[in-house]
Ligand binder design. Structure first.
Ligand code: 13P
Length: 309
């Protein structure tokens, strides 16, 4: 019954999508059925590149606010819709533009690198933007004598500092979904599946990362699993990605490091809300020009710098 209903909803989405000339982009943390219906499903970097390149007039962004905002900044001529306007990112809201301006005053010679999980206003105050896939490469591309302010995720920042050997000025932001994964979770999972490879997202805490084998963005996890000879993986990130990992690697097994690693905002997007979004052309995400133009400079640099893997 449920399946039949979903089929009807999917048909309706396909029809509305055609009528609107829309493309559906979905993040790897979206509910499985939304990852499946999307024209493109990927990590933050892949989605930004797609949003910048697509010919579609309308982008339905199945993700959270900062992702739709990024698409609107990169493609201002397109209509960008977020199916649930309350799908925010607490991490992105952990630093305001005013707080970043004060930090810049404390370090007047520093360059600012902001994580894409940030508001448009913070991006406008930054020199470079990065995602977890290319944060190391972005920082490595900066002059060695320059001090770097890295906001807002302290855990990604610590990972980048370790990989680049740079002394970064960090901000105490964190992703509430990733920090629920504990050292004990990894130890328990390893004891249960001793042959498994542990893939962790750089937004995890330092003790979790220290116990993991591979530190990867969600897109990099998908690539790694596709080419690895391993048959079991423990996944230390939001559980949504396990859907596509299983689909793409039917012979391998994937176990969440913690069942509690669920992003409530990512799960706000539903098939019904996508239909509502296409029917009523809502909720439109647009960024006022003065902020958009400044933020775009930092984002253009982000999409130009390719990840190392
Ligand atoms: P990536 O998909 O870029 O790895 O990002 C994960 C994330 O935390 C998005 O909010």
């Amino acid at each position: 019954m449920r399946r039949e209903m979903d089929q009807q909803l999917l048909q309706k989405i396909a029809r509305l999508k055609d009528e609107r000339g829309a493309v559906i982009l979905a993040h790897n943390y979206q509910p499985g059925e939304i990852q499946d219906l999307a024209d493109f499903c990927g990590d933050s970097l892949g989605l930004s590149v797609k949003a910048a390149q697509t010919d579609a007039e309308t982008i339905v962004f199945c993700g959270v606010q900062f992702m739709a905002e990024t698409a609107a900044i990169l493609s201002p001529e397109k209509t960008v819709l977020l199916p649930d306007k309350s799908a925010g990112c607490p991490l992105a809201d952990m630093i305001t533009a005013a707080q970043l301006r004060r930090l810049k005053q404390e370090h007047p010679d520093a360059l600012v690198v902001c994580y894409v999980n940030s508001t448009a206003e913070v991006k406008a105050e930054s020199d470079y933007c990065c995602t977890s896939a290319n944060a190391v490469e972005v920082v490595n591309s900066l002059p060695e004598d320059k001090r770097i302010i890295f906001v807002p995720d302290q855990h990604l920042g610590q990972f980048v500092a370790g990989r680049t050997g740079r002394d970064l000025v960090l901000w105490p932001g964190y992703c509430a979904t990733h920090v629920v994964i504990t050292e004990d979770d990894i130890k328990t999972a390893r004891a249960k599946y001793p042959d498994a490879i542990v893939m962790a997202h750089p937004e995890c805490t330092e003790p979790v990362k220290a116990l993991s084998d591979e530190l990867l963005s969600t897109g990099q996890m998908l690539k790694f699993a596709a080419t690895s000879t391993a048959k079991r993986f423990i996944i230390a990130t939001e559980v949504g990605i396990i859907h596509t990992l299983k689909k793409q690697n039917p012979k391998a097994e994937f176990f969440p490091a913690s069942d509690r690693a669920i992003c409530p905002n990512m799960k706000k997007i539903t098939l019904d809300k996508i239909i509502g979004s296409l029917e009523d052309m809502q909720y439109r995400i647009a960024v006022p020009d003065p902020i958009r133009v400044k933020a775009k400079k930092a984002l253009d640099r982000m999409v130009e710098i390719l990840p190392g893997r």
